[in-house]
Design a protein. Structure first.
Length: 136
């Protein structure tokens, strides 16, 4: 007898504890169901399900056991879902992007100018270079 998770268990060749073998890829994928939300009146349920690497927001009617709507999230990061009322579901997502434009450092390297590619507007970073140190 060998111990598995602190409990005695039989071992199979190459499998570890009986009934607990899981390939590593199982632990690296997204959960199949997450972010479950029940409507305020309890008539609808919404959740996020993962199909391979695609996340889908799904809403069901509890009483009729029917699919109301499904929405693929795509490349957006799904932050959470929440019912606004009995008929409207809020889906909060975000996307990380890099602003379009160019960064040009000054000769001293203490400041940088960012020029947007859309409007050509320039901004200096840091915006101020005044020092609060006194020379004593």
């Amino acid at each position: 007898m060998a111990a598995c998770c602190g409990m005695p268990a039989r071992r199979r060749a190459g499998r570890g504890c009986v009934g607990t073998f899981r390939p590593a890829r199982v632990y690296g994928r997204l959960p199949r169901i997450e972010e479950v939300a029940l409507s305020p009146d309890g008539s609808r349920i919404a959740f996020v399900k993962t199909e391979e690497n695609n996340r889908v927001v799904t809403a069901f009617s509890v009483a009729a056991h029917t699919l109301l709507r499904g929405l693929r999230v795509g490349q957006q990061k799904l932050r959470y879902i929440e019912w606004a009322d009995d008929n409207h579901l809020l889906i909060v997502t975000s996307v990380t992007t890099v602003p379009g434009g160019s960064w040009v450092p000054t000769a001293s390297g203490s400041r940088c100018r960012f020029t947007t590619s859309e409007t050509g507007t320039s901004f200096w970073f840091p915006r101020t270079t005044t020092s609060t140190r006194s020379n004593s």
